[in-house]
Write a protein that binds this ligand. Structure first.
Ligand SMILES: [Ca+2]
Ligand SMILES: [Ca+2]
Length: 247
């Protein structure tokens, strides 16, 4: 019985699914829009305009469990002004959704407790120990000073380049590893028992993205490349024709 084809099939299926990360490719309708956020004509959610003292956030409507692996893929635009652009964006996981923290140097994340924030900081605040370069850090409980980083700051090339960047967050509960990729390159990673050490034993969290400006500003957007996905690939049409012929 144990060696039957059905048993082997089930065993192989289980092994394959154990190593599989559930990929989330959210659509624009999956989010609640907070603060200054609005939907643009090209299917982006603009969290802030190029205006001082703005803040916005978006929150995925359905909570997730940190007991399960997940991989979230977004497209972000962190503005077009390098030298004078501010303040950045934060990918946040928190047990209470639909909130936005302090703007300016708080990047809409400061004050959110309990929480985990992956900060994309584009403005140097000396009293927060910010490096001059754009940088990523993983922080807990809305504390944006680098004295409290869980990991970071990790310097990155200028990200305020008026270009959309693929932003991927991966959580693997088996080894308690949270990692972040920009344009398919891993930039920063943290190993921590998030459920017990940050969320007090609660595995259910909401995730979202926040952004803010202060005395200086920039565009901040999360985009959904729906039109690109719908475009037909001519090479696929060609393959399909070949396939029909050979049938
Ligand atoms: Ca900063
Ligand atoms: Ca920059």
């Amino acid at each position: 019985m144990l060696r039957s084809p059905l048993y082997l099939f089930l065993l192989i299926s289980m092994l394959l699914s154990a190593g599989h990360l559930e990929a989330q490719r959210p659509t624009i309708e999956d989010f609640t829009l907070i603060g200054d956020t609005y939907r643009t004509r090209d299917d982006c959610l603009r969290l802030t305009e190029e205006e001082d003292y703005a803040s916005g956030s978006i929150w995925y409507k359905r909570p997730i469990s940190l007991a399960s692996p997940f991989k979230t893929i977004l497209s972000i635009m962190v503005g077009c002004k390098d030298t004078t652009g501010a303040d950045g964006m934060v990918f946040v996981m928190t047990s209470r959704a639909n909130r936005v923290g302090y703007r300016g140097e708080g990047i809409g994340f400061a004050g959110l407790v309990p929480s985990i924030g992956i900060e994309i900081d584009t403005w140097q605040n000396f009293h927060l120990n910010d490096p001059a370069e754009d940088h990523l850090s993983i922080m807990a409980n809305g504390r944006v000073g680098h004295f409290n980083d869980l990991v970071g700051p990790k310097l990155i090339p200028n990200i305020e380049d008026c270009t959309r960047h693929k932003f991927t967050v991966i959580w693997q509960p088996a080894n308690k590893r949270l990692s972040v990729e920009i344009d398919d390159q891993e930039v920063i990673a943290l190993q921590k028992d998030l459920i017990n050490e940050v969320f007090g034993g609660n595995d259910i969290v909401y995730w979202g993205m926040t952004a803010a400006t202060g005395r200086y500003n920039n565009y901040h957007e999360v985009c959904f490349d729906r039109l690109a996905e719908l475009e037909r690939d001519p090479s696929l049409d060609h393959l399909q024709r070949l396939f029909r012929k050979t049938k």
